[in-house]
Design a protein around this ligand. Structure first.
Ligand code: ZN
Ligand code: ZN
Length: 175
């Protein structure tokens, strides 16, 4: 059964940072599965150690979130097991007294930072568009659907002999 991502909410008010101050938090994150290209990729290990840096430059907050990420799931070409390893390094700013949406973080509401949702979105953005078991994955045979990576190429030179039109041609020649 797929587990839902655990929300990790940081109460910014309780950190009581003054302007010009900063803080560093080490967090345990559970991202939950990532949906990519119609497939599901599970972070492994499930629990990730993340580092969150917070600072209050003038008004509002600036955040930096970093964590290593490794996900496992099917190769997008051949469906054999594949994995991706990457480092997430994401930044957000949130200025409290502005109407400018560009300066508001979608992950901050009422002085609370939703690190869980941010980390999940940052992980999805960091994934390659194609997740492959190996860079030159040959995919599946278009005729029989078998994986081609370790297959003998001659085993997939499928004859068209079963094509009834071909049979008719052969009959003609024999006559
Ligand atoms: Zn593959
Ligand atoms: Zn084949």
């Amino acid at each position: 059964m797929a587990k839902l991502p655990t929300t990790t909410i940081i109460d910014l008010g309780r950190l009581s940072l003054a302007h010009g101050e900063g803080a560093r938090l080490d967090l345990d994150l559970r991202l939950g599965p990532l949906e990519l290209g119609g497939q599901t990729y599970a972070p492994a290990p499930e629990s990730l150690g993340a580092r969150l840096d917070l600072s209050r430059p003038s008004n509002g907050y600036a955040f930096r979130l970093r964590f290593p990420l490794r996900v496992e799931g099917p190769c997008m070409r051949c469906l054999e097991p594949a994995e991706v390893e990457t480092e997430i390094d994401a930044r957000e700013v949130d200025q409290s007294d502005t109407e400018d949406e560009e300066l508001r973080s979608p992950y901050v509401t009422e002085d609370e930072l939703d690190v869980g949702r941010w980390a999940h979105d940052a992980a999805v953005l960091a994934m390659p568009t194609r997740i492959l078991c190996r860079p030159d994955c040959a995919g599946l045979c278009p005729t029989c659907g078998e994986p081609l990576n370790d297959a003998d190429p001659s085993a997939h030179e499928h004859e068209t002999a079963s094509d009834p039109r071909w049979d008719k041609l052969k009959d003609l020649k024999l006559e």
